[in-house]
Design a protein around this ligand. Structure first.
Ligand code: SF4
Ligand SMILES: [Zn+2]
Ligand SMILES: [Zn+2]
Length: 310
């Protein structure tokens, strides 16, 4: 198999583009397509400061790398979740630090244990909620908080096309209208509190981000988070992969078609639902305290009752 742009050996076959490319031309393709996505959805500009949520996985590190190549001003933010299985959180944090030093990119790290007194493992043991439900609330809260407090212009995450189409499929199957209204490569700022959230890799497949990370020798955490196994998104990803196998390009058509027809899910777009204010932290919320403060308070309550008993 030869590269379509030159005579070198192709390293990847992108069926949805009917394109086989050598390493050099694939790297160019990947960066150029990311640039196009940023432009297509008007995600941010060269003057903006972009906070990049860095988990230590391939997508977030590759995103950080590509944004640097494209000349954007970025600052990484990593949350140490305190997941001990397979030393997952410690390895992830180390990969983030190494990458930041190697590429001269600034990063801030927050430890859940040091800042709030608990880890995802400890919260999971309380058995109140699944680890992912708790973790999702915590990550959204802390990422927004950091973006707001630093005065940055937006928060970028490494969600790829596989992530986006799996979420879209799940939301459609369950008619989650609230989520469907909000699913977009760029979520604008809201309530004068939530920072804009952007997804520059939303049109890049997992196969592409993996190939790019491999070719650029990006040293990322290989293990999946131990709590990810039961996530329904994995099941939806498998289904989307099977459809893609039969009909190349379906994932991209599915996402773009949805975005092009967004009006059917967004009659109330622009009208912000009235929210309360969390009396504890000041975040707009459906009811006070907000979900994040409830998690922290619940943990503190369990700890203090355990102390009383012992
Ligand atoms: S898989 Fe779940 S617990 Fe693990 S990092 Fe993701 S959201 Fe958090
Ligand atoms: Zn080539
Ligand atoms: Zn709160």
């Amino acid at each position: 198999m030869k590269c379509k742009k030159c005579t070198k050996k192709a390293v990847i076959n992108l069926k949805s583009y009917n394109l086989s490319l050598c390493a050099e031309h694939f790297e160019d393709f990947f960066v150029e397509k990311t640039r196009e996505t940023i432009k297509r959805y008007k995600l941010f500009s060269k003057n903006d400061i972009v906070i990049v949520a860095i988990s230590g996985g391939k997508d977030s590190l590759a995103l950080w790398y590509v944004l640097k190549l494209l000349g954007y001003k970025t600052h990484g933010f990593h949350i140490d979740l305190g997941i001990k299985f397979n030393n997952y959180s410690e390895i992830s944090k180390q990969k983030v630090i190494n990458f930041s030093e190697k590429n001269g990119l600034p990063v801030s790290i927050v430890s859940l244990k040091e800042s709030f007194g608990f880890t995802i493992d400890e919260y999971k043991k309380m058995g109140q909620r699944t680890a992912c439900a708790t973790c999702g609330i915590i990550k959204r809260y802390l990422l927004n908080d950091f973006t707001r407090k630093t005065g940055a212009d937006c928060l970028a995450t490494g969600h790829n096309l596989d992530d986006e189409t799996a979420v879209l499929l799940g939301n459609l199957l369950n008619w989650q209208m609230g989520y469907l209204k909000r699913q977009h490569p760029k979520l604008p700022a809201s309530y004068g509190y939530f920072a804009p959230r952007v997804k520059p890799f939303c049109e890049r497949t997992e196969k592409e981000t993996a190939a790019y990370s491999f070719l650029k020798k990006i040293d990322y955490v290989q293990d999946e988070c131990p709590y990810s196994e039961n996530a329904s998104s994995i099941f939806y990803k498998k289904i989307m992969n099977e459809i893609e196998q039969r009909s190349a390009g379906t994932k991209l058509r599915f996402l773009r078609g949805f975005i092009d027809n967004k009006k059917f899910f967004s009659e109330e777009r622009g009208v912000e639902e009235r929210l309360d204010i969390c009396l504890n932290c000041g975040q707009p919320t459906v009811s006070s305290p907000c979900a994040f403060c409830r998690i922290v308070q619940r943990f503190q309550k369990v700890i203090s009752s355990e102390r009383r008993e012992s």
